[in-house]
Design a protein around this ligand. Structure first.
Ligand code: MGP
Ligand code: SAH
Length: 243
């Protein structure tokens, strides 16, 4: 009887050790994938962000909380399917650039952070679209006068995950410059502009950017959901007739 009790104790201890090891391994894996406490919830949504995540997608902290979920990025790309050149002005880890590259002829992906550009380039290889994308490390505002394209996609920083504490997110809160200046810089390249904005954005103020053109640009506004949860607002300015 005593030995049965001992065996059971031993067995329970082994199970505990194994469980602890599993937790330790999972923690190490998360550390390798740059899953800080701030971005744990985004890691839990990793397959919504990149369906091919397990094939070696790489992220950094800002990438985790900023990347456009794949289903939304694919929808945004469908708006301009067949376009010649799409400029992704704030490319991040490549969530949008990869989807544009699948449906348009060429993508120019700009990011000021060289680390992001390296991650985006590796991620594009996983989707087999690296040859359709030119990656540029640089400040979009400085590069814009030299860029040519049929569509400009703007998903700038919203100021981190705390953006949602604001009741009415106005365009002056976008980084590194306000949305009005950003739109004007993009408009000098093409009237076909897509903006991906927070779900609490002042939609009236954002859609009024169309009046910066004469005649005013066509505007389409769409709220983007993943699994029934609102993620952001996309505003399409200009024309979509590329196919
Ligand atoms: P979220 O609101 O931080 O996450 O971002 P979630 O999972 O909706 O959390 P909840 O607690 O509010 O339910 C939602 C989506 O917005 C992200 O998946 C990104 O696509 C986008 N996003 C978030 N931020 C902070 C940024 C940003 O700074 N820039 C850009 N371009 N997109 C962002
Ligand atoms: N749509 C992207 C995420 C964009 S997040 C995706 O799906 O992956 C915003 C990005 O803007 C960040 O990666 C940040 O490095 C970049 N950024 C900030 N200021 C910039 C600037 N002046 N020019 C170009 N990129 C900038």
């Amino acid at each position: 009887m005593a030995s049965r009790k001992k065996k059971l104790k031993l067995f329970k201890r082994r199970v505990k050790i194994k469980a602890r090891k599993r937790v330790e391994m999972a923690e190490k894996k998360k550390e390798k994938e740059n899953v800080t406490p701030l971005v744990r919830k985004y890691w839990l949504q990793r397959y919504d962000l990149f369906s091919r995540y397990d094939e070696g997608i790489k992220m950094d902290e800002e990438g985790w909380f900023s990347v456009t979920p794949e289903e939304i990025a694919a929808r945004q790309a469908r708006w301009c399917a067949g376009a010649g050149v799409v400029i992704d002005a704030f490319a991040g880890v490549g969530g949008n650039a990869i989807q544009f590259a699948q449906l348009c002829h060429h993508v120019v992906a700009v990011d000021i952070d060289p680390k992001k550009v390296a991650l985006a380039s590796d991620n594009a290889k996983i989707y087999g679209v690296e040859d359709n994308i030119d990656f540029i490390v640089g400040d979009f505002f400085q590069l814009a006068p030299f860029l040519k394209g049929d569509v400009v996609f703007l998903a700038p920083p919203w100021g981190g995950p705390s953006y949602k504490a604001i009741e009415n997110f106005t365009l002056d809160l976008l980084k590194p410059k306000d949305g009005h200046s950003l739109f004007q810089v993009a408009q000098a390249i093409t009237p076909n502009i897509i903006m991906y904005l927070p779900r609490n954005v002042d939609v009236l103020q954002a859609s009024a950017l169309s009046w910066l053109s004469s005649p005013p640009l066509n505007v389409e506004i769409e709220e983007n959901f993943v699994r029934g949860n609102s993620k952001g607002i996309t505003i399409y300015f200009g024309d979509t007739l590329f196919t």
